[in-house]
Design a protein around this ligand. Structure first.
Ligand code: PGA
Length: 264
């Protein structure tokens, strides 16, 4: 069960929308007005495509909703056509950036080593990286989940000092992303507990207890609260369902209710 201490002092529920290569100005306007009311106890972050980040930030002025990037460059500046750096995202007003999403790994050839560099860049820029890990369908079927996650964590976080730094982990089983086949809340809890155990071995209990571990993969308004009830599920990374403002608003409401439930 979640305890008041976990939520208030350490792991405030976080709901993050990953729009991927979707959305337009119309969605931006509709989104913001629909879920702003559920972003007080829970933390709500929207990651639109880069081009909309400034518009989003302008719309969100005086609102508690935060904005993040879906990716960052490994580089800080220089001759890297098409890239955007962590420093630029921070300067624009972003607080978070996603690193190592499985689509970036599969389609754009990213790996744990490039993720390590990006996590370092994000932390240097005072952005909170949301480092995505998760096993493929094949690896899941072969019972390799823990082995895969351990490798993804240890390789990408090698040498990264988290003293006074914020990092989130997103557990996104690849077989659950965009398939409508979410992990069960029990699988999510067991896996998140394993991830926290690994983080504890790497960084000690004090740090591991403050790192928020989000679940992602076919999250919707029906399964959101069941996931959030799990002791080690501290938030949700939402793809498809974040493109429907009403639907996403319901997910944010679940997080707000979870936070309220333990606050009362
Ligand atoms: P989904 O995507 O919610 O559409 O499954 C999640 C993600 O890719 O982050």
């Amino acid at each position: 069960m979640k305890t008041q201490k976990n939520i208030i002092d350490q792991r405030r529920p976080i709901i993050m929308a990953n729009w991927k290569l979707n959305g337009d100005i119309d969605l931006l306007c509709k989104s913001v007005s629909s879920f702003v009311k559920h972003a007080y106890l829970a933390e709500v972050v929207v990651c639109p495509p880069y081009l909309y980040i400034r518009d989003m930030l302008n719309f969100l002025r005086n609102s508690p909703i935060k904005v993040g990037g879906q990716n960052i460059s490994k580089h800080d500046s220089g001759a890297f056509t098409g890239e955007t750096s962590a420093r630029m995202l921070k300067e624009a007003g972003c607080r978070y950036c996603i690193v190592g999403h499985s689509e970036r790994r599969e389609i754009f050839g990213e790996n744990n080593i490039s993720c390590q560099i990006k996590i370092t860049r994000a932390l240097e820029a005072n952005l909170t990286p949301v480092y995505c890990i998760g096993e493929s369908q094949n690896e899941y079927e072969q019972g390799l989940t823990e082995q895969v996650l351990s490798h993804q964590l240890r390789e990408a976080l090698e040498g990264i000092d988290l003293t006074n730094k914020n990092l989130c982990i997103a557990y996104e089983p690849v077989w659950a992303i965009g398939t409508g086949k979410a992990a069960t809340p029990e699988i999510a809890q067991t896996t998140h507990a394993y991830i926290r155990k690994e983080l504890c071995e790497m960084y000690g209990a004090e740090v591991a207890d403050t790192i928020r571990i989000m679940y992602g993969g076919s999250v919707n308004k029906t399964n959101a609260h069941l996931m959030l009830e799990q002791a080690d599920v501290d938030g949700l990374l939402v793809g498809g369902a974040s493109l429907d403002p009403e639907h996403f608003s319901e997910i944010c409401r679940s997080a707000e209710e979870t936070a309220k439930g333990v606050c009362l």
